[in-house]
Design a protein around this ligand. Sequence first.
Ligand code: G3P
Length: 217
Amino acid sequence: MKFFIDTADVDAIRELNDLGMADGVTTNPSLIMKSGRDILEVTKEICSIVSGPVSAEVVALNADDMIAEGRKLAEIAENIAIKVPLTWDGLKTCKVLSGEGRMVNVTLCFSANQALLAAKAGATFISPFIGRLDDINIDGMELIADIRAIYDNYGFDTQILAASIRSANHMKDAALIGADVATAPPNVIKAMANHVLTDKGLDGFMKDWAKTGQKIL
Ligand code: G3P
């Protein structure tokens, strides 16, 4: 499973990229707001750090303006994936921009039918939002499994990009189901390294080591 980093924080992206953990980046209007930076400037910097796809989201609501915004965002760098919402206008935009050979990430997906439409419209990525479904007591991971089954039934190339990931368990479950990509905030990716028995084991080793009086360096 590929890891995309769901942030516009360039320092965090750089750190994870140096570790080989950043196969791409996803941003959205809320993350750009949080960064406090200009969308074109920060997206360009992110594209210079990671070589994989960097999603930049359009903000227009009608297809003509979405297409124009998408083309402008795509000029930032070769590795831009244009992110469009899963609305009828977003699907029209997806069809046009993917037809031009551009990567398109269809976002705000909350049902298998929406994912089926995105694949038919030529999406490179479909972004089902797990956490936001969990928030309203619908099993977000079940949606990932449904989309996986449907795409596999018909051999769609659209990659499932599990999004709105809130925990390390979400990462594990998405990987078990076979999501192609999971995008998560840096703290969730770092949390995957945590285990209470690792901490306890290390503590024991350090105490015993101190008793030896030895040094390695
Ligand atoms: O990838 C989508 C993500 O940014 C949304 O996450 O936690 O706001 O639902 P969240």
